[in-house]
Design a protein around this ligand. Structure first.
Ligand code: SF4
Length: 656
């Protein structure tokens, strides 16, 4: 057994062969994110080589005690940790690295939804029952029922068949019949209604739809859109080749999208040491694999902009996946799955969108559906008039420090955002909230679509308003819909916030910060903060600064990176590209970039301080430095001031 404890020496002693008693002498690590299990650069691998790397990014007592190959060499079968195991990104490389290192069982106090599903889909057992440890230690044969008790029929079947693909084949062969939910008509939440409309009742006959669903109902739901990016597509394509056959066509390729967004700028951010290890070549293989699979399958790939030839720096991407899905594809009432934890982004227009792992993506190419257990719904209402310098990001940092969320009670649940302060937000700002449902740990985030959505779809896609209004029919939570918890936030009491380094839940008002925090890097970009309205906010602050004869502080490197070519065109039209250039902010073409430690704006040492408008600041997420999360206004104002500060929207007053 490997106890992941907050003590580097104790971890090293286990790797050297020492068996620890339970409970171990040091506390079990809580909040082990998938970034810590498999840091981003490890995910350039997409085969069994991943088994060399589990926990390489895990901090224990401030150190990183695990090295390449140590878990595999230790012969561990069981990995044990504390609360919120597997939080963060939905990357399936994490459980796959554990599995291929020899781990067969993960035990933790609580386990995040996507990570747990990924484990089940791959055939890696999970438990929150620590009594199982003694049985493992004794070498006892443990019946599968120890891991399936309390699970629904489908999850039980997937665990018993040893993974999702094996289960789905049995489904297609008629060996497994998924029972229909028996839920009678009831008041439903918005998300429950969308799930009921998409419920697969007969896969072979293409029958979809049930009158009602309720939390706990298990089944499969038909997708309208499936997408994946270059971190995931190659691994799923290999599963496809190995299990289905390389030449077999995927089902309905017109509703599948691939994205080259995460690693476009990697060569500009990767250290020479990593390049010397051959990691850049491995990472570029992800791009080639995805391009090849897209071409063979006739799938639309939002790719990389053309390079100018050898030695010419990469030019960027067409778009970040979430940005493009919201801008161009998702519609109210649709069901969207993506290979990424921030897929709920599209919930901003009232689509039900959620992240799934590689195995689920690969299976959806075959069945067009995805497994679901209806989660309970939670209502978060934000009412009141927000101050002008308080944004959706500040709402989210306040929500993330709410005890219900911070203690993990929202994990795996549907979060519906409502209230007049939310209704007043644009679709772009709403997307910051639904996007950051991932940081809440929620299954998804969604907002009732309204006239803002009608205007957005008319403006951005040229859809006739009457047609959009028809789509909105019934897309609201019923009177009497069951919400497990209602959280109320008063927007009028909020002030600009930031999250201290380490976790998005470390929120506080900026004016509570105490000592001045100098800034080395200011980064405004990512799916969360690379939208048109985010650009409006950066430009608004920078224009103020320019009017006062100020520029980005000489000690700060400032980067503005948009989420899509469409956003770049908008910046050009609005004159923002000129504003960014004059104020001294480097404008970068679309890509995930620094958000995933793979582009301009990453930190290179522990002392570097970054203020960033991205969505998460887990250790190592954007380099080894200290990363403070903040709104676009705060990020831009801090870039000018040279220290973390809120923007004061008094025309003529200096930022900060
Ligand atoms: S910008 Fe960041 S959070 Fe968004 S999809 Fe890319 S890596 Fe994920």
């Amino acid at each position: 057994m490997l106890f992941l404890v907050d003590d580097a020496d104790l971890v090293r002693r286990q790797l050297a062969g020492e068996d620890l008693a339970f409970p171990p002498a040091a506390p079990l690590r809580d909040d082990i994110s998938t970034d810590e299990i498999t840091p981003a650069y490890v995910c350039y691998y997409y085969d069994e080589t991943l088994g060399d790397f589990p926990y390489l990014g895990m901090r224990a007592g401030g150190e990183f005690p695990l090295e390449r190959g140590t878990v595999r060499a230790g012969g561990f079968v069981c990995s044990v940790s504390g609360k919120r195991r597997g939080k963060g990104s939905s990357r399936e490389q994490s459980p796959y690295a554990e599995l291929t290192a020899g781990i067969r069982l993960v035990v933790a106090e609580s386990i995040e939804r996507i990570y747990r599903e990924n484990c089940q889909n791959l055939g890696l057992l999970t438990s929150t029952d620590f009594s199982v440890l003694e049985r493992v230690r004794r070498g006892e044969e443990i019946p599968l029922s120890a891991f399936t008790s309390g699970e629904g029929e489908i999850t039980r079947g997937i665990i018993e068949y040893g993974g999702l693909f094996q289960y789905n084949v049995a489904r297609l062969q008629g060996k497994v019949v998924v029972p229909r939910p028996e839920t009678p008509p009831r008041p439903m939440s918005l998300a429950e209604k969308i799930l009921a409309r998409h419920w697969v009742t007969d896969l072979a006959a293409n029958d979809v739809g049930v009158p009602a669903v309720a939390p706990g109902d298990e089944g499969f739901v038909r997708t309208d859109i499936r997408f994946s990016h270059e971190y995931v597509t190659p691994m799923a394509a290999i599963f496809w080749r190995d299990y289905v056959g390389a030449e077999e066509p995927i089902v309905d390729p017109a509703s599948v999208f691939f994205f080259r967004d995460h690693l476009t700028f990697l060569e500009l951010a990767m250290t020479d040491e990593r390049k010397a290890q051959g990691l850049l070549d491995i990472a570029l293989e992800l791009k080639r694999q995805q391009e090849d699979f897209a071409e063979r399958q006739g799938v639309r790939l939002y790719g990389e902009l053309p390079r100018g030839g050898p030695g010419v720096p990469v030019q960027g991407s067409e778009a970040i996946c979430h940005s493009k899905i919201l801008e161009q594809h998702a519609l109210p009432g649709q069901l969207v799955i993506g290979s990424d934890s921030h897929t709920p982004h599209a919930g901003a227009i009232g689509a039900l969108a959620f992240g799934v792992g590689t195995t689920a993506v690969f299976n959806s190419w075959m069945t067009k559906d995805v497994r679901i257990e209806v989660p309970p719904s939670v209502l978060i209402r934000v009412n009141g008039q927000r101050p002008e310098n308080v944004t959706a990001k500040d709402f989210m940092l306040q929500i993330l420090r709410h005890p219900y969320v911070k203690d993990g009670h929202a994990i795996g649940k549907i979060v519906e955002y409502a209230g007049d302060a939310v209704a007043q937000l644009s679709v772009d700002e709403r997307a910051t909230m639904t996007n950051m449902a991932a940081e809440v740990g929620a299954f998804t985030g969604i907002i009732r679509p309204d006239e803002q959505v009608v205007a957005f779809l008319a403006r951005e896609r040229g859809l006739p308003p009457a047609e959009v209004r028809q789509m909105l029919d019934g897309l609201c939570s019923d009177e009497g819909a069951a919400f497990e918890t209602v959280i109320d936030i008063d927007a009028s009491t909020l002030r600009p916030m930031l999250a201290l380094p380490g976790d998005p839940g470390n929120g506080l008002f900026i004016d509570e910060l105490g000592a001045r925090v100098r800034v080395d890097i200011a980064y405004g970009g990512s799916c969360t903060a690379g939208k048109k309205e985010d650009m409006d906010m950066y430009a608004r602050v920078f224009r103020d600064a320019l009017e006062q004869g100020r520029r980005v502080h000489p000690d700060v490197r400032c980067f503005i990176q948009c989420g899509s070519q469409e956003v770049k065109r908008y910046c050009d039209e609005q004159g923002y590209l000129d504003v960014f250039a004059r104020v001294g902010a480097a404008f970068i073409e679309p890509s995930c970039g620094a958000c995933i430690n793979a582009g301009p704006g990453v930190s290179y040492d522990r002392d570097t301080v970054t203020v960033s408008a991205i969505n998460r600041n887990f250790p190592g997420r954007s380099g080894p430095g200290q990363l403070y999360l903040a709104s676009p206004y705060t990020t831009a104002a801090s870039a000018v001031a040279g220290y973390v500060t809120a923007w004061q929207p008094l025309r003529g007053a200096s930022p900060g």
